[in-house]
Design a protein around this ligand. Structure first.
Ligand code: SF4
Length: 361
């Protein structure tokens, strides 16, 4: 080995944790798998059950049929509502069309729906911070369409046509940037002195933990690779958070095949993370590809442990233990990689009251 190569820092990969599947995604995927086992194919799913191409394609192979509209399925069909939630109008349409339904809405999204209904019932207008067109925003807005105004950026606050002296409540999509949302809320508080905060954060524990974990690795990563699909809001936010927190470059990939070797020029340390709807096997594939490209060493940096899980929808809970309906972790679910170190200051949030947490899932 030459003196020059001996003095070069070793190429390495740091893998952020927590990453990948959250409790709501795991529940949604297992819901589809269990419904297929109990009721048989086809099981229809309205929209993508979670925003990940690989997960959707895998479930399609198992017999799930993904549709955009309820009109695309015959009366009497079984349809599952996705983790992002649906508006009351969609539920009503399902009844009108004679469909059987199972609701895989994440309980943390359901919590935001409850808050929207409560404020609307009290006659308090609501500002919803989120992204136009996202399914979760459409579902939440549908709970109180006449009372909710969407705000997408801090600057949108200046454009709001709402009486500054009147009470006003704010809610958010669950997968936003923590930092940008804080700025928007500060602007709301400045403009609306009677602004009412939600009882607890709407940005969910998984989004917060994944953003905290990527911040931790971004500062010492020349390149951060986020595994996640283009339409995954929380994955796209991870790219932004990495760039805002010191990563020289950040790229999102659906899988290892999308890694461009040109990105690796002059790169010593690569940070890796994945969105909340990404199975760990895709991260494994990225690590294998990076090993081929000269980055054989991977170490995990963990911000916090997560142990939250949610009970399945009631229709699927009563199956006999050991039968096809037994609660099992999805085979698409993550497995632990590398050493684990707890960090103080963050913890899982409890399940919504209507959905008791299940441990040891
Ligand atoms: S990202 Fe958060 S809100 Fe969305 S499914 Fe996961 S836990 Fe639920």
């Amino acid at each position: 080995m030459s003196d020059a190569s001996a003095s070069q820092p070793a190429k390495r990969v740091v893998v952020a944790a927590p990453r990948g599947y959250c409790a709501g995604v795991d529940r949604a995927v297992v819901t589809v798998q269990r419904a297929l086992a109990v009721y048989g194919a086809p099981v229809y799913v309205r929209k993508q059950i979670v925003h990940n191409r690989h997960v959707v394609e895998t479930l399609e192979q198992e017999g799930a049929v993904f549709v955009d509209e309820l009109s695309e399925m015959p009366s009497g069909s079984l349809v599952i509502f996705s983790a992002h939630g649906v508006s009351p109008a969609v539920r009503a349409e399902a009844v009108e069309r004679g469909l059987r339904t199972i609701d895989a809405t994440c309980p943390l999204v359901t919590k935001v729906h409850h808050e929207a209904r409560r404020f609307a019932k009290q006659g308090v207008p609501i500002v919803l911070i989120g992204h136009a067109g996202h399914e979760e925003v459409e579902g939440t807005t549908g709970e109180a369409p006449d009372d909710i105004t969407l705000v997408q950026t801090p600057d949108d606050v200046d454009e709001l046509d709402i009486d500054p002296g009147a009470p006003l409540a704010w809610l958010t999509q669950t997968t936003l940037s923590v930092d940008e949302t804080r700025e928007t809320v500060e602007r709301l508080h400045e403009r609306f002195p009677r602004l009412i905060d939600p009882p607890s954060d709407d940005i969910c524990y998984a989004t917060q933990n994944r953003q905290g974990a990527v911040k931790q690795i971004a500062g010492h990563s020349d390149l951060v690779i986020v595994v996640g699909s283009r339409n995954s809001s929380n994955s796209v936010r991870l790219v932004e958070v990495a760039l805002e927190n010191g990563a020289r470059r950040a790229e999102r990939v659906d899988n290892a095949g999308e890694i461009d070797p040109a990105w690796l020029e002059d790169v010593t340390t690569i940070g890796i993370t994945s969105g909340a709807s990404v199975p760990e096997r895709l991260v494994d594939g990225v690590l294998e590809r990076l090993a081929e490209l000269g980055y054989p060493r991977a170490d995990e940096e963990r911000l916090v442990e997560e142990s939250l899980s949610f009970a399945l929808p009631p229709e699927l809970r009563a199956c006999r233990a050991g039968g096809p309906g037994r609660r099992t972790r999805s085979p698409l679910a993550p497995r632990a990689v590398g050493p684990v170190a707890d960090a103080p200051g963050a913890e899982d949030r409890p399940a919504a009251p209507s959905e008791p947490a299940v441990t040891g899932a």
